[in-house]
Design a protein around this ligand. Sequence first.
Ligand code: ISE
Length: 337
Amino acid sequence: MATPLGIAVIGTGRMGADHVRRIQEVVSGARVTAVVDIEAERAKAVAARVEGCAVHTDPAAAMASAEVDAVLVASPGPAHEAALMAAFARDLPVLCEKPLTPDAASALRLVEAERALGRRRVQVGFMRRYDAEYTRLKALLETGQLGRPLMLHQRHRNVASASFFTSDMLITDSVAHEVDVTRWLAGDEITAVTVLRPASSAGAPEGLIDPQFVVLETAGGALADVEIFVNCGFGYQVQAEAVCERGTARVGDGHAMVTAMAGRWGGSITQDWTERFADAYDREVQAWVDATRRGEVTGPSIWDGYAAAAVCEAGVRSLHEGGRVEVELAPRPSLYG
Ligand code: ISE
């Protein structure tokens, strides 16, 4: 394909606008040809920065354009199913931000719809798989030098949650990342989830259950724990430590630069995910564009998105009902290996 890939970006909120900038300024081989948002004014403001970019309020209308070769979905999770179904109807390749959808039933409908096409069309935006530290950890585990991973300790802290954030979203929107990382690093499905509630922070909005402590069990018997704390106030931290049979490996300490001055040493903590994972997002979108131009689909699949949704759904049940909840997973179609 000699001409750049024409991309429609669905959703022009924080992530969508960042992806538009990325495609225009960082990624090679692609350009944004349309943006879509139910709030037309917001879409217009983003499109104004991109030459020749069309503005739509309906994803299907954008996809009907001959200028659109592929779709990047960055609207809120509940809007993903309709956008992906519209893309399937036109057989367009898709990069869909996480979560694939907020619940397992809608995610499974998407698995079935893609399977009916007979080939993969969707890459799901679990960007940590493109982060330099996480890819090194994965590569190290794959060498087998450390032996099998037995436990995974993960911490996920945000400075402050958005006004629309609910207690369930700590699981479906935030822990969804650790669910994917756990499946990816362990190379295994998650079979059960337990969500515990420490005392909520006075720094969290009234009624929000924050922090939460999540325990994930894998089919192979590994355990992963996740501290999710979305109003920690001091910084954006995402850390993981794999404890294996013959050693441990840890990522996310954020010691890229340590300063020493006036009798103290220290460094800075990133403040949000667009900063901490900027390189990962760049690599993710470039990999998607490159694969699409080759006529391939790589990266996290719609099955990975569904599996994460099923685990998160069990997590939300555990949050509300207490105790350990088993994950119900449909049989994995051969399309997904
Ligand atoms: C947000 O949607 C993300 O994907 C971030 O990576 C995560 O840290 C945050 O908690 C989510 O709300």
